[in-house]
Design a protein around this ligand. Structure first.
Ligand SMILES: O=C(O)c1cc(=O)[nH]c(=O)n1[C@@H]1O[C@H](COP(=O)(O)O)[C@@H](O)[C@H]1O
Length: 273
């Protein structure tokens, strides 16, 4: 998918919402536990109830890998379900990978060939040859961690040399490895005050912004500082949406929560775009 195609979807849906499928076997409604694949059953209902309000879904791999081979099967079924039923949606493997080139090649094959994800989150620490193998798959994306939403972001990401913070250096250097149609950056919503500076370095790239909802980031702040002329934002919310309801009406409640976020996004697109 190109950035222009993504923007078309955003305009049509008046939404830049990415729903995080952080599906936790201990949090899903009990009645699903009797089905053959509770994780997939939960995801399917959430996706069916929200697909017209979101432009992307982001399964976080930890929730699937922690269940062993069954989790991996649920993940694959989820990706295929979205791909075949709602082909316009953008699917992100939140895997935070990256290794020596020879190994990154196989991570790329895993997410883009064995499975049909559109994008994978990648950690920048190992540098260029750990990232570029993902670009061999045309139409697929790397989403590089730049400034993360967690407290630990303070440990390294703000280190400064010659007036340049480490995350700014990561963005500046890595922007040369790819382009605006195969590379996005993660910037936490809890760090929205840095978005204006980040936009000076990469005015046109898409950003994946997690940290609204359960982590307390402000959607208004993110939009005000982060929107560009092609929207340029995918804002992720996981727990706030998928666990909005706990009983048999969980999918309906997830839709209500997603609708609330989508309506706010529609207003922000009108206000700032
Ligand atoms: O790469 C990510 O998606 C990510 C980066 C980051 O800086 N912060 C962050 O929360 N995430 C992920 O985004 C999701 C946030 O979930 P909620 O806090 O429940 O909305 C989780 O899957 C996190 O792993």
């Amino acid at each position: 998918m190109t950035s222009a195609e993504l923007f078309n979807q955003i305009k049509a849906k008046k939404s830049f919402l990415c729903i995080g499928l952080d599906t936790d076997i201990q949090k899903i409604p009990r009645q699903l536990l009797d089905t053959t694949d509770p994780i997939f059953a939960f995801n399917k209902e959430i996706i069916d109830a929200t697909h017209d309000l979101a432009v992307a879904y982001k399964p976080n791999l930890a929730f699937y890998e922690s269940l062993g081979v069954n989790g991996w099967n649920s993940l694959e079924k989820t990706v295929n379900y979205i791909r075949y039923n709602y082909p316009d949606l953008f699917i992100i493997a939140d895997a935070k990978r990256g290794d020596i080139g020879n190994t990154s090649n196989l991570y790329a094959r895993a997410f883009f060939d064995a499975m049909d994800f559109d994008a994978v989150t990648v950690a920048p620490y190992m540098g260029e040859d750990s990232v570029t193998p993902f670009f061999t798959y045309v139409g697929k994306w790397v989403i590089l961690l730049a400034l993360t939403s967690n407290k630990g972001a303070d440990d390294f990401q703000y280190m400064t040399e010659n007036n340049e913070k480490l995350f700014e250096r990561v963005i500046k250097t890595s922007a040369k490895w790819g382009n605006e149609d195969n590379m996005m950056y993660v910037v936490g919503a809890t760090r929205a005050e840095m978005l204006a500076d980040i936009r000076k370095i990469i005015p046109n790239h898409f950003l994946l912004v997690p940290g609204v909802g359960a982590q307390g980031g402000s959607l208004e702040e993110v939009a005000k500082n982060g929107l560009n002329k092609q929207c340029g934002l995918l804002v992720n919310s996981s727990r706030q949406i998928i666990y909005a309801g706990k009983d048999e009406k969980f999918a309906e409640k997830a839709r209500e929560a997603a609708l609330e976020v989508r309506d706010e996004m529609a207003g922000l697109l009108e206000k700032y775009l």
